[in-house]
Design a protein around this ligand. Structure first.
Ligand SMILES: [Zn+2]
Length: 716
């Protein structure tokens, strides 16, 4: 039995663990050392000694229980046969162009450049003797790295033996060890589950895996046989092995070698590939600065199409004689450059978590962060989806957090940097009442993850969002009805809700400064500004939009463009959708119970009916002229020509297509009846020549009541 540790030992242990873990985090996340190797070793040895004396102190937090640390402590040093240089970086087109100009002027002409993806991994050096892997080492300081040969056995993508007969006596290759994104995500999920810090990027995860002392773990596990620790150590060992086996390897360079007559980088890739070494499939030899820049731009745009993280493009002079001519600076080759893309994962401070209320009342927490550049844009907000998600990510207000944004994808909070906590962080509490209207929030139904503001009718946030949605591309596509104008319309009380939107007049808009400008010379009083003029004319045009867009514009829950198009096609008019029962609706392919129920619920609300009636009164027809409707005129092909009193051409056609008629624009042998109004022209004449029956305004009246036979009996 070991004695329980005195307070003094306990305190010292906490201090040591904090300092070592902090140093490790700095090192693994930023590759910055907060302690010198010697300081680190001293502290680590003291910790090991303390834990040997008082084993009760040992917890999972102790750095002695996990991998990490500095090379000096964990691994034997390996000196590379030839030094591994780092590459100089450029960050924009101007710098890249300047580099290309420099090498062009040294060489006298533009050299062929081999361009390849810069994988965000860990650089390693592998030495083969007569085709056998002799050593695998991390890059280290470029001259000396850490010996991780023991781990290489588990990394299937690193061949232990090369293929071919005449293998060189010595072959030193350089490459990148990395995780595909799917593997990286699952590692971070495991980390989160175990309450361990997340890896900021696949490179750190790869470093973590490669720099494990697997042999030490195996020994620990063996010596723990029959004890309580055995099961834990065994599962840790298994996880460690899995992490190693998921690592991928790509060769991108060559160091010392014998007996190989290599003339270029691209040639080298071919030779190495033939020996069974994995070389990049994502490279291209470019012949002009323009092609190089195009490669860089294209690969940035298609960054998400490869299944691993890249942080840029590397360009290397392809021909070795030209490489030699250019030579090296003190730390980097002059013949290669890394063009770095903007980072996709950064750290920033979570200042607050607030909630926003959406169009359908859904209350969504979102992160307010210190503005930070990520993937080329400045980000200061990110959605957190729902309170459960906030809990799952384990973030506290005040935390330093990891933030990811890849290409066009919306920014995502990954998780907290737990090591940076000071204790002043606080947990997010979901508000009980709507921040905009004060109504008590509640989930829609039990077990629903989303919390809603039930005040759909008059919650200012929901009104604003619905108006904005109505004007959006997927809705009625009203230019001039954006977030700001929606807000202005409501705040000036020009509209009470979306029902008023088609009745807007110049007089209404002139009451809001948002839509108004000062009069010019000779004008009487304030005038509509550009925003006001655009909004009025666009709304006027929007009345002619197809039915499905109006369905979207009504903000019926679960009715987006796809569903709306199906409904419009199937039913042809809003009145037909409204008349349908829930089971009629749910039988439609792609609709189902949930949407059917939501539609029925929508129509049951009086204030929804008010909106629909106001829109109809303003001239919205809610009819899809292209839809197939079953009715008394189904199977009849009718042509309308000339004008009919009280109808536009469109509304006349719609009134018949509503009854099932097929409306055609031209007369043919298939036409069943021609309706000839005033000033009917050539179509009526053609119908006469083909012997097709023609009727007039009275006949149309009968037709619009569905009586085809009666209409036939009243010839024009
Ligand atoms: Zn509300």
């Amino acid at each position: 039995m070991s004695s329980s540790p005195p307070d003094r030992a306990q305190e010292r242990w906490v201090e040591l663990v904090d300092r070592i873990n902090h140093a490790r985090v700095q090192y693994s996340l930023d590759a910055t050392q907060t302690l010198s190797d010697a300081e680190y070793d001293t502290l680590f040895r003291e910790l090991v000694g303390l834990e040997e004396q008082y084993p009760l102190l040992i917890t999972g937090d102790s750095p002695t229980q996990s991998v990490g640390g500095y090379s000096s402590e964990l691994f034997d040093p390996v000196t590379h046969l030839e030094p591994m240089y780092s590459l100089d970086n450029v960050f924009n087109v101007d710098e890249m162009t300047a580099w290309m100009d420099r090498i062009t002027s040294t060489l006298g002409s533009f050299p062929e450049l081999l361009c390849e993806l810069k994988i965000d991994g860990l650089a390693v050096d592998a030495v083969y003797r007569r085709g056998h892997l002799e050593s695998l080492a991390t890059r280290g300081d470029g001259t000396t790295g850490e010996d991780v040969t023991a781990n290489s056995i588990l990394i299937a993508s690193i061949p232990q033996r090369l293929k071919g007969k005449k293998l060189p006596a010595v072959l030193e290759v350089r490459g990148e060890v990395f995780y595909p994104l799917a593997a990286f995500d699952s590692i971070n999920q495991e980390q989160a589950k175990a309450g361990k810090p997340l890896f900021a990027n696949p490179r750190n995860a790869a470093a973590g895996a490669l720099r494990q002392r697997l042999d030490k773990r195996e020994r620990e596990w063996i010596s723990a046989q029959g004890t309580k620790r055995e099961a834990r150590l065994e599962s840790e060992l298994k996880a460690a092995r899995q992490r190693l086996s998921a690592l991928q390897f790509t060769v991108h360079g060559i160091g010392a070698h014998s007996e190989l007559n290599l003339v270029s980088q691209s040639d080298t890739y071919k030779v190495l590939k033939a020996m069974g070494l994995p070389t990049s499939e994502h490279f291209s030899v470019e012949n002009s600065p323009g092609d190089v820049l195009a490669f860089i731009q294209e690969r940035n745009e298609s960054r998400s199409s490869v299944d691993f993280d890249i942080d840029g493009v590397v360009a290397k002079v392809d021909q070795f004689n030209q490489q030699r001519e250019l030579g090296f600076t003190s730390r980097a080759p002059r013949w290669a450059i890394a063009f770095k893309y903007p980072p996709e994962v950064v750290r920033t401070r979570l200042l607050d978590i607030r909630v926003s209320v959406g169009r359908t009342g859904r209350v969504t927490p979102y992160a307010v962060m210190e503005p930070v550049q990520v993937a080329g844009t400045t980000v200061s907000m990110a959605t957190l989806h729902n309170p459960f998600e906030v809990e799952r990510k384990g973030i506290l207000i005040g935390d330093l957090i990891f933030l990811r944004k890849a290409g066009e994808i919306i920014p995502e909070v990954l998780g907290p940097v737990i090591e940076e906590r000071t204790g002043s962080e606080r947990a997010f509490v979901m508000p009980g009442n709507c921040p905009e209207c004060g109504t008590e929030l509640a989930p829609e139904s039990e077990g629903d993850k989303d919390i809603r503001c039930p005040n759909a009718r008059s919650c200012p946030a929901q009104l604003r969002e619905r108006l904005f949605h109505l004007g959006s591309r997927g809705g009625l596509d009203v230019e001039g009805l954006g977030e700001k104008s929606a807000k202005a319309l409501l705040e000036s009380e020009i509209v009470t809700n979306e029902g008023d939107i088609f009745n807007l007049t110049e007089t209404n808009l002139l009451t809001s400064p948002f839509f108004t400008r000062d009069p010019h010379k000779g004008e009487q009083g304030p005038q509509l500004n550009e925003a006001g003029i655009t909004l009025l004319s666009q709304l006027h045009m929007a009345k002619q939009q197809p039915l499905w867009r109006f369905l979207v514009a009504l903000s019926i829950r679960h009715v987006g463009p796809t569903v709306a198009k199906k409904l419009a096609k199937e039913f042809g008019s809003l009145s037909a959708i409204e008349a349908a029962t829930e089971s009629d609706l749910s039988e439609v392919d792609g609709i189902g119970d949930r949407i059917a129920h939501s539609l029925r619920e929508y129509f049951e609300q009086d204030w929804h009916q008010d909106i629909i009636h106001k829109w109809i009164a303003a001239g919205v027809t809610f009819v899809d002229p292209t839809a197939k409707t079953e009715g008394p005129l189904t199977g009849k092909t009718i042509v309308i020509t000339g004008s009919l009193p009280g109808f536009t051409r469109d509304s006349a056609q719609e009134s018949l297509s509503d009854l099932g008629a097929t409306i055609s624009g031209s007369v043919s042998a298939k036409t069943d009846l021609v309706v000839a109004g005033d000033k009917a022209g050539s179509k009526a004449a053609k119908a006469r020549s083909l012997g097709i029956p023609i009727t007039g305004a009275r006949g149309f009246e009968l037709l619009s009541r569905g009586d085809f036979e009666a209409a036939l009996s009243i010839p024009d």
